[in-house]
Design a protein around this ligand. Sequence first.
Ligand code: HEC
Length: 372
Amino acid sequence: MRALPIALAATLMLLVTSSPARSDDPVTSAVRFNREIVRIFDRKCLACHAPGGIAMSLATYRDVRPWARAIREEIVEQRMPPWSAARGYARFKDDIALTPRELGTILTWVDGGVPRGDESDLPASVPRPAPGAEPDHLVAVPAQQVPGNQEDVVRRVVVTTALTADQWIRQVQIRPGDRRILRAAFVSVIAEGHEPVWAGAWTPWQTEVSPPSTGAFLVRRGSRLSIELHYRGQDAPTVDNTVIALFSARENQPRELTSLTVGSDDASRSKAATLQKTQAALTHEALVWGIRTELMVDGTSLEVTARKPDGTIEVLLWIPQTRTEWPSPYIFQDPVRLPAGTVITLEASGRNENGGRGARGVRAILTLHRLD
Ligand code: HEC
């Protein structure tokens, strides 16, 4: 078979280069777990890989050591951390992808024999941030039973807000019931006669997202909240009790945040490669807070662009390969200002594995407020 000559060559190389009395993993790297690696993992992995999190702990050297080879593979294949947006276009808050430098440091460390380093190099533990302000309203999501051994469970729940008057809300915060199973959650405000507004999101590494302080969500009396929950089941069945916290706006005259949806409900019915191109135009100058996508197909590429009236094109989001199990909000580092007449285009291409059976197509939802 093909692998044989390579294996042979490797054995020969080993015979030539390795000295006889070495341990399995000779240390040839200056990178140390307790110095560089622990700090990278803290920023990029521990939101999920910590005790009580959604995946096995990578918090200590002892936890990490058996996973060294697997870590190499996951990061080289860019499966971990699970962030899909390509770099080099708009910048996002909480972009959890490894930088080329972080990637290089981890690879040097794994290939250099996984050295631990000195206890004295460990970072001092960071004090927990003080609890924030008390929310003005709490909305309980009905308990969700998540069966065991289910990788990807998606629930959509609609709840009433019980608000007795219209309210300006500056932040819609999602408080997960069980961080061992919640992958992602999104909240939209729905009111009769109005377009739904995407208003809140949660992922293990983006636990608080809030729009620019110049805007707020108008939650009308009688509005309901539509909540989308993505779970990863544990071995045993689990119950999740997530709560939505609403914080009232402090400003008197906030600008109303609304959502613009580009895309279609109905994916192409054909099994072959599909290409979707849909557009929407801005009728007013606007400040865009973030984008979220809704898609039913893995492996699709997806691009959201803005063509301004002067002809320039700005790429707002490019996902070379979508992963339905890790949805994320994409919150702009600096909200994007777009003039009236800008055309937002969503283009998605790839295989539609569902072949139309229950496929719901691809959508991008932008939340923004008017500037004029
Ligand atoms: C948003 C959550 C999240 C983040 C952030 C994350 N992971 Fe993971 N990771 C997971 C989950 C969930 C699994 C379990 C996947 C499975 O078992 O199918 C996993 C699995 C793994 C695995 C095991 C794959 C295998 O062989 O079973 C490794 C190794 C890994 N992650 C490394 C990392 C490293 C290193 C980082 C940071 C650079 C990281 N992950 C960041 C959620 C995350």
